[in-house]
Design a protein around this ligand. Structure first.
Ligand SMILES: *[C@@H]1O[C@H](CO)[C@@H](O)[C@H](O)[C@H]1NC(C)=O
Ligand SMILES: *[C@@H]1O[C@H](CO)[C@@H](O)[C@H](O)[C@H]1NC(C)=O
Ligand SMILES: *[C@@H]1O[C@H](CO)[C@@H](O)[C@H](O)[C@H]1NC(C)=O
Ligand SMILES: CC(=O)N[C@H]1CO[C@H](CO)[C@@H](O)[C@@H]1O
Length: 492
């Protein structure tokens, strides 16, 4: 059997995502070769889903390598974790210098950084590629976020940009950055997805419990929102979910157990924000909200023991309140994305990645779960000013927040008064108010730290003089029995 190198792209892992992605690659005129560890799966795929396509199958890693043109481009769509390392080791003996391995799974970015360094040290190229959009996205146009060995990009670009989703004619795929940048950006995407979903759930909760609307009525409200600035995939599916009826005519959603699951990408985003010291509070609240929801039996008990406010139903103008909730949702969403971009900026500094913010917004504009009209506005903001310090400083978003502000405050205040939890709305507003304060009460905090622990503090520039040194760590003898300290050493 003398097979020559005929294939443009190899794919390992024929679960649903893998099957759909390789069919998508075939649709765009590339010759793809499929491999799965369970070899019968390859034949079954070729005889069924891939019947009539140009896709070919490989029955061993060796055959896969032999069929691929150089530099070989091999994508792994296998379970994140040790399976990725195992396949990398299996592939290495058959690779030649310059060949490219792509990990299209949901790998944690530190693993991707490690693998990129490892494979580059052996003369190969490695790309960690975020893939979003679920099964449909993989089949008809995902959002692709590739990062890793820069030399790989020119080889992957024609394939990736043709199979990806398009938004306003532009591919939702661009080079993200070095080593783990692609998987990092995908992780933040997922964190933002957690936030968007939580915000939608809080709006639904207020409308349902606070105002007393039915699911059907709330569906219509979301349908209206989807025509304006909130236009997005998640609002659209929420509209459909809320009006989806069970056989008895009630909304199915009301019968679903209210404990949320999670796979960990939101948690990773929150952990990374703590590691880097970036206040990504909304995603954090979204992760904690899922954790709180999971305490179902405890909450049922608490609901019998702990009391709330006397008035729990909204008393005012309902139509006005609906509009205000929409505005609160929009403003909170702007904060969440601003926080997400703040996080990516710090991660980029930390890892020396060159992230292109406008490109990231464009990658998320279509194909993925958080796709929305709004991301087009974010792309414009970063295209207009690539060095924008914060999304909130962009004139469009500054103006949008200003317009939404009164409604946002009304909604958070109402929710607090009615005793309906809106952690994401509230933390977004609290962040906004903290961020726009030139002066926060951390002066008192620093005094406390110095008082009990001699942790030292600095004086505000405008108060420095002979007795109040500038740019110097100071310890005060607050108690009269304090220790002695110089700027760097503390002697108890
Ligand atoms: C809730 O209360 C029930 C009894 O009413 C008790 O059996 C159960 O352990 C409690 N659960 C929690 C999580 O506190
Ligand atoms: C702190 O103040 C007390 C009372 O004035 C004084 O006795 C003590 O020496 C001071 N300690 C230092 C380290 O200056
Ligand atoms: C505090 O430290 C300074 C400089 O080291 C020294 O001159 C001074 O005597 C010390 N004061 C006390 C109370 O130990
Ligand atoms: C590693 C690999 O190729 N695994 C996949 C083979 O196909 C089955 C589906 O039948 C998947 O579940 C495996 O993950």
């Amino acid at each position: 059997m003398s097979q020559t190198a005929v294939a443009d792209f190899g794919l390992i892992g024929l679960a649903v995502m893998g099957q759909n992605l390789i069919l998508n690659i075939n649709d765009h005129g590339f010759k793809a070769v499929a491999y799965n560890r369970t070899v019968e799966k390859v034949d079954h795929f070729l005889a069924n889903e891939a019947k009539g396509t140009n896709i070919i199958g490989a029955h061993s890693i060796e055959e896969l390598a032999r069929l691929l043109k150089r530099p070989r481009k091999i994508m792994l769509l296998v379970k994140a974790g040790s399976a990725v390392d195992d396949f990398i080791e299996k592939l290495i003996p058959y690779l030649e210098s310059g060949d490219i391995i792509i990990d299209g799974g949901n790998s944690h970015f530190p693993d991707t950084i490690r693998r990129a360094q490892y494979l580059e040290s052996k003369g190969f190229l490695f790309v960690g590629c975020g893939v979003s959009g679920g099964e449909d996205g993989a089949r008809y146009g995902p959002s692709l976020m590739p990062g890793g060995s820069p030399a790989a990009w020119s080889h992957l670009k024609p394939i990736f940009q043709s199979i990806s989703a398009k938004a306003d004619g532009e591919p939702c795929c661009d080079w993200v950055g070095e080593t783990g940048a692609g998987h990092y950006v995908k992780m933040v995407h997922n964190g933002i997805e957690y936030g968007d979903m939580q915000l939608i759930c809080e709006a639904y909760h207020l409308l349902k419990e606070g105002v007393g609307f039915t699911s059907e009525e709330i569906s219509s409200i979301f349908a209206e929102w989807n025509k304006e600035e909130l236009d997005s995939f998640l609002i659209e599916i929420t509209t459909n979910i809320l009006k989806f009826k069970d056989e008895d005519g009630t909304a199915v959603v009301e019968k679903i157990l209210d404990t949320a699951g999670q796979k960990g990408t939101g948690k990773w985003t929150a952990i990374s924000s703590l590691d880097l010291g970036v206040p990504v509070t909304l995603i954090g609240e979204a992760v904690y909200s899922r954790a709180l929801s999971a305490l179902k039996t405890e909450r049922v008990n608490a609901s019998r023991i702990l009391t709330g406010p006397a008035v729990t139903k909204f008393q005012g103008d309902k139509q006005k309140f609906i509009k205000q909730i929409g505005q609160a949702l929009y403003a909170s969403k702007i904060i969440s994305y601003a926080q997400g971009f703040m996080l990516m900026r710090e991660a980029a500094k930390d890892n020396r990645w060159n992230l292109n913010n406008a490109g990231i917004a464009l990658m998320w504009r279509g194909g993925c779960i958080i796709r929305s009209a709004f991301l087009g506005d974010i792309k414009n903001a970063y295209t207009n000013n690539p060095n924008l310090e914060n999304l909130l400083f962009d004139p469009f978003f500054k103006d949008a927040i200003e317009k939404a502000q009164d409604s946002w405050r009304q909604v958070v205040a109402q929710a607090m008064l009615l005793g309906i939890p809106t952690p994401a709305f509230a933390t977004a507003l609290t962040f906004y108010d903290g961020y726009r304060h030139a002066r926060l009460p951390a002066n008192l905090l620093q005094a406390q730290r110095d008082y009990f622990g001699a942790h030292t503090f600095r004086y505000l520039d405008e108060f420095t003089d002979d007795k109040h040194p500038k740019d110097k760590d100071v310890h005060l003898n607050w108690t009269g029995h304090g220790g002695n300290v110089s700027s760097t050493s503390y002697i108890a």
